[in-house]
Design a protein around this ligand. Sequence first.
Ligand code: ADP
Ligand code: MG
Length: 702
Amino acid sequence: MVESNQERVSDTLCTISVRTLSGVGPKLAEKLEQLHIFNLQDLIFHLPLRYQDQTRLVPIAQARLGQDVMLQGEIIRSQVAFGRKRSLVCHIRDNSGIMTLRFFHFSNAQKHSLQPGASIRCFGEIRPGRNGVEMFHPEYQLVRDSDDIALEDRLTPVYPTTDGLHQLRLRKLVTQALSFMDSKYSLSEWIPESIRKPLRYPSLVDAIHYLHHPPVDARTDELKEGLHPCQQRLAFEELLSHRLCLRRIRWQNSQLAAPDLESDNPLQQAFINQLPFALTSAQTRVCDEIARDMNQPLPMLRLLQGDVGSGKTVVAALAALQAAGSGYQAAIMAPTEILAEQHYRNFSQWLSPLGIQISWLSGKIKGRQRKASMESIADGSAIIAVGTHALFQDDVRFKQLGLIIIDEQHRFGVHQRLALREKGNNGQTLPHQLVMTATPIPRTLAMSAYADLECSIIDELPPGRTPVNTVVIDNNRRDEVIQRISQACQSGSQAYWVCTLIEESESLQCQAAEATWQAMQEQLPNLRIGLVHGRMKAAEKSDVMDAFKQGQLDLLVATTVIEVGVDVPNASLMIIENPERLGLAQLHQLRGRVGRGAKASHCLLLYQAPLSNLGKQRLGIMRDSNDGFFIAEQDLQIRGPGQVLGTQQTGLMSFRIADLSRDAALLDPVKTVAEQIETEYPAHISPLIERWLGVRENYASV
Ligand code: ADP
Ligand code: MG
C-alpha cells in the first residue's frame, strides 16, 4: 500500500540518450537506432537472443554435435584445404581427444599464427564435418604458457544486432547502461510485490540483471523459449502497460462526444449506385455496423478486419462519405507511400465525380504543393485527406475532422493512432475512428491486443475470385520457374518476384533484390522488368509501381515492401523466394497481391532446401489454404514458442518483449492485474504507460 501513496517519480533511464555512453558518437548512435535503441532504457530492454557458455572448458572428447562449447588444446596440425571452398583446417588436442577446427575466412597472419605447438582456446559450434565432427569457424584466442586466462563466471549474452555493430561492442554498451541503472539513474518498480508474489515474478531490476548475465546454472531451455520467469515478468509488464493504456483510451473516449453523422445520406447512395459491382453481404453488414456507430454522439473505435482482397477500401469510402454528408472531413492514413497513394487514386477516381475534393499528403510532398494541401485541409475545402503518417505531424490542422480511417493497423503504434485522433480533438468532441487490418487476428488475441476497439469482420470475398493456386518448389528448379514467368508474361499476365532475407537488414534485402533484378534481365531479355525496394526514393518507387500497374512492366522484382495493399488485378503469378523465412501471416499478405482479377492465379514458394519439419508443415499450410483466419490460427498453433521475430512475423501489434503467440497465457492474468492496478495503485498507471509506450502526453495523462 505504501507504494501507491508514493510520490510519483519518473524514471530517468529513458530520458538519457545512448550518446552519453562512452564511445557512442553519431555513427554508432545511428546503428543503435536501427535496433530501435535511443536511450538507456531501450538498451537495458534489449534482451539477448541466446547465451553462450564460456564459463568452462569442455574436454574435447565430451563435445557433442550441435553444442556451442569452449575448448582448449594444442595445435598439432594446420593446413589449408582445397575443397569446394578453401578453408584453413587446424587439429587441436587436449588430454581427452582431438578436434578439427575449420575456418573459411582467414588472413595470412592468422594462418601463420595458428601453427603446431601453439595453444588455443576456442569457442564455437560443433558441426558434422568430413571425418566426424568439427568446430566450425570458432572465435578463438591464442594462449601462451604463462597465460592464465580467466573464464567467464556468468553466461555470455548474444544480442540481436545489425550490420556493422559488433556483438562485443553492444555487450559493453549494455553493461555500461546496467551500471548506470544501478548507480545514477532510477528504474522504478511499478508492479508491487503483493502482485508479483503469487505470480512468482522477480523484481524488475533483478529480472533485468538476470537476463543480461544469467548464472551458470540458469535454465537455458526456458530462456531459449522466452519462458523464464524473468522474461515472462517483463513480457507481463509490457502487456499490462498496453492494456492499461488501451483501457485509458477507452475511458477517455467515453468521456467525450463525437459528431453525430447522418447515415444513408445522398452521397453514399450516389457512390453505391455508380460502383461497377454490388457490395457483398459481408461488406453491407460491416458498413451498417460502422454507420450505426457514427450516427451516435460517442466516438467510434472500431477495428475492421478483412482478409486481403475482401474489399475494405469500399467500406472505408462509404464511411468517409458519411462524414462528408454531415459536413465533416475524413482522414485516411496508410503506413507506406505506395499504399497511401493507391488509396488516393482510388478515392479520387470514386469520389471526384461526386464533387468531393481530396487532398494528398505524404513525406515526399514538399514546398508549395505541401502548403496547398495543408491549406485545403485547414480551410475545409478538402473533404477527404489521404496520406501517410505525414498527416499527423504537428503543423497539419483540420477544419472539422469527423472520421479517421487507418489502414493496416499493425504498422502503426497506438501512439500514432492517438496523435491523429488529437487532430480532431477540439476539447468537446473527438473524431470517430476506423482501423482496418488485413492481418487476420485470432479472435482471442484480438480481444486482448485491441482491448479498446470494437470489431467488425468481412468474412467473405467478392464473387468471381479464383483462389490462388500455391505450389511449393525447391530452389534447384529455379530455371523452370523462370520459364514459367516467361510463358505467363507472354500470354499477357504480369508477375511479381519477391525477394526476402532473414536478416533484419533492409540494405541487404535491397541488394538481393537488385541482384535478382539484374539476373532476371539477363535470363528474360524479352520481358520488361522493374525493381522496387525500400531504399529507393519515394518518387522512383511510385514511378515503377505506376508502370507496373499500367501494364508497362511484365515482371516486378520487389522486396517485401509490396506486402500490403498493392492492387494490380492483371498480376496473376507471384514467386516468393525463401518463403520459409517469413511468417505465415506475412506470406498470406504477399500472396494476396495476386488473385485479384478474373484469371487463375499462382503463387510459387521457392524454398531453399533442406527444409525443417516445421518449415515443411508451415509451407504446407500455405499450399493448402487461402483462408487468412485459418492460416493465422494454424500459425499460432504450430509456431513453437520463443520465435525470435514473434510479433513481426505474425504481423500482430508489435511489442518490444512480449510475443502474443508465445505469451497468450499471460493475457488472462494481465486482465486481472490491470483491474487491480486501476483500483489499488492508480498512481502506477501513467508511469507504466510512459515506460512501455513512450512519454507523449496525450495518452500518458488522463
Ligand atoms: P482489401 O480488403 O485487401 O483492401 P480492396 O479494397 O483493395 O481489398 O479490394 C480488392 C479488389 O476488389 C478491388 O479491386 C476492389 O475494387 C474489388 N472489390 C471490392 N468489393 C467488391 C465487390 N463487392 N465485388 C467485386 N469487386 C469488389
Ligand atoms: Mg487494402
